[in-house]
Design a binder for this molecule. Structure first.
Ligand code: NAP
Length: 284
């Protein structure tokens, strides 16, 4: 079996054209232009490249985006006061802080200071709590993008077995909740999981967010499973994921590539969240 490729790039373009552009047009008729601020601290190359992708997609969607750049020695207090200003600016609908931050700044403190209505990364306790309770909220971008890819590729999760590898707050935990809300039976795996291969053996869908290059290979994937590869690594100038794509594609029925898989969907979900935040702020 050679897997169908679930292209995040194409799915993001599809959502942009069919859903986001229309929503932006409606907002513009009311003189509302969704506005995203990205806070970028320091000069990490990878962060700068992620931010560029966000700016590019925002432009395509017809929304405003602005990057506020700060030196890596900025104090925690100054970052918090910048976020406070943004929270109180009625012309800004969404704010994200590009991670990682320098060690002297508390990520938790900074993220928790973002007003939940502008928390378009969906990281604040308020939005995470609502997700857990199944309430309408701003859902964090990578899990949201994964769910959209599954939906648009026609993968119905109802009654399916989903194995998630990785339990991070930004990917593994939220995506497992979203899959359960679509009536999947979810098995969560992590570094202490015993007999991972057994946990994979009856999976219909496998979501891998481990942060180890080519961690999962084809021999661990049951025939016909759908594989979502969240990982992204630069190995000697070549990008790869947490899944060994070449062997996995011979076993899976569908698989996301790296690059061009989950990454573009994360960006698309961020822009969609900014549009949703603008709609909500102006209808409140
Ligand atoms: P993370 O916070 O580092 O979490 C990694 C998870 O993997 C942890 O839960 C860890 O278990 C588990 N793990 C580590 N080694 C394992 C092993 N040998 N067996 C089973 N589980 C193991 O990672 P993350 O932030 O979720 O990111 C994961 C990957 O996705 C990274 O490559 C990251 O760059 C990428 N990523 C991509 C996007 C995108 O948009 N494409 C977005 C976010 C992240 P413990 O909890 O037990 O330590």
């Amino acid at each position: 079996m050679t897997a169908k490729i679930i292209s995040g790039r194409e799915t993001a373009e599809h959502i942009l054209e069919k859903e986001l552009s229309k929503k932006v047009e409606v907002l513009k008729t009311k003189n509302i232009i969704p506005n995203l601020v990205v806070i970028l601290v320091g000069d990490m190359k990878a962060s700068a490249s992620y931010v560029k992708q966000k700016e590019k997609f925002a432009e395509k969607a017809g929304i405003k985006s602005e990057v506020r750049r700060f030196e890596s020695d900025i104090s925690e207090k100054d970052i918090l006061s910048e976020i406070d200003k943004i929270n109180n600016d009625p012309l800004i609908h969404g704010v994200i802080v590009q991670l990682p931050l320098p060690d002297h700044i508390s990520v938790a403190k900074v993220l928790n200071s973002i007003h939940p209505s502008k928390d378009v990364d969906g990281f604040t306790p308020n939005n995470v709590g609502k997700l857990f309770l199944g309430e309408d909220t701003l859902v964090s971008c990578t899990p949201k993008g994964i769910m959209q890819m599954l939906r648009i590729s026609g993968t119905d999760l109802n009654g399916k077995n989903v194995t998630v590898i990785g339990r991070s707050n930004i990917v593994g935990k939220p995506v497992s909740i979203l899959c359960q809300s679509e009536n999947a039976t979810v098995t969560m795996c992590h570094s202490r999981t015993k007999d991972l291969n057994h946990k994979l053996s009856d999976a219909d869908v496998i979501i891998v967010a481990v942060g180890v290059p080519k961690f999962i290979s084809g021999d661990q994937i049951p025939n016909g499973a759908v594989v979502i590869d969240v990982g992204i690594h630069n190995i000697d100038g070549k990008l790869c994921g947490d899944v060994d794509f070449d062997s996995a594609k011979e076993k899976a029925s569908a698989i996301t590539p790296v690059p061009g898989g989950v990454g573009p969907m994360t960006v698309c979900a961020l822009i969609e969240n900014t549009i949703i935040a603008a709609e909500r702020i102006h209808s409140a």
